[in-house]
Ligand binder design. Structure first.
Ligand code: ZN
Length: 282
């Protein structure tokens, strides 16, 4: 049953299983072409699920994935979803200088617009790698023509996070861009991620449902939820020689993601980022 009247943003970070930042030490970018591609088949399942539930979403897509799978990108757009940028080849913003970063986000935006025939307004940093140390990146995104970013998670984490950042959308870069952080719930003055990814697979579904309801009903705010195509793919090839933490985080409960997503789509109202945050009156 749909329990919330507030529209929440459903988002997908379009990348393949071997491109995740956690595998950087194990898989060199120069070998990516040797891996079996599974992203297109996984996106197909996601489009079917969204279609069944009548949900429109935002797809933050890597430039290098779009270049290899242009038909998939066109299908995403033809199905009524928003196409947005996830950078070219999943380099963390923290590892880039402003000039390289600008080239990356301009190149990705140009390619996505060329393939889709639509204006690309949104950006999400690979591994949420914008935080207190590199807020210059939001200025660069504004200069590159992006209208919003969804790249900050206001939590403590070993790989990312800006715990002091606002929990809800805020203007940045001298008011030129809107930053829309991933959803958190505040428990005893500590922010806990309830916006998806590995957390969605780790916590029981009841936690996510409770947390999103807190944000919708008590705080009267929209949530921002994200997942990856490889998170619904239990059959993906296993990468060998991973350390325990990386293996645990990547492969935990993959078989539960798809049915949980079905429940999540039923339990809340969902829409596109641009529709919710850039619409009239925002
Ligand atoms: Zn990513």
């Amino acid at each position: 049953m749909n329990t919330a009247s507030i529209l929440n943003a459903m988002t997908v970070d379009v990348e393949d299983y071997y491109q995740v930042s956690a595998f950087e030490k194990h898989i060199c970018r120069t070998t990516w072409a040797e891996f079996d591609c599974r992203v297109e088949a996984n996106i197909e399942r996601i489009l079917q699920l969204f279609d069944e539930k009548s949900v429109k979403a935002t797809f933050f897509t890597l430039g290098c994935v779009a270049e290899r799978h242009p038909a998939m990108v066109r299908k995403i757009v033809a199905s009524g979803h928003e196409l947005a940028s996830h950078g070219w080849d999943h380099r963390r913003v923290t590892s880039q200088k402003p000039g390289c970063f600008k080239d990356d986000v301009l190149k990705t935006r140009a390619l996505l617009e060329d393939i889709s025939g639509q204006v690309v307004k949104g950006y999400r940093a690979p591994s949420y790698s914008i935080g207190a140390e590199n807020l210059w990146a939001l200025d660069v995104l504004a200069e590159a023509g992006y209208e919003y970013s969804s790249s900050i998670v206001p939590i403590h984490h070993d790989h990312y996070g800006m715990p002091d950042a606002p929990r809800f959308a805020f203007r940045a870069a001298s008011d030129r861009i809107l930053e829309i952080p991933i959803s958190t719930v505040s428990v005893m003055r500590r922010n806990i991620n309830c916006g998806g990814g590995g957390w969605f697979r780790f916590f029981p579904y009841g936690f996510t449902r409770w947390a999103l309801k807190q944000v919708n009903e008590r705080e009267q705010r929209s949530c921002i939820f994200y997942f990856h195509p490889w998170e619904i793919d239990e059959e993906q090839p296993r990468i060998e020689n991973l350390d325990y933490k990386t293996r645990f985080r990547h492969y935990l409960n993959l078989h539960k993601t798809h049915p949980r997503l079905g429940r999540l789509l039923d339990d809340f109202s969902w829409g596109r980022m641009d529709e919710i945050f850039l619409g009239p009156g925002q």
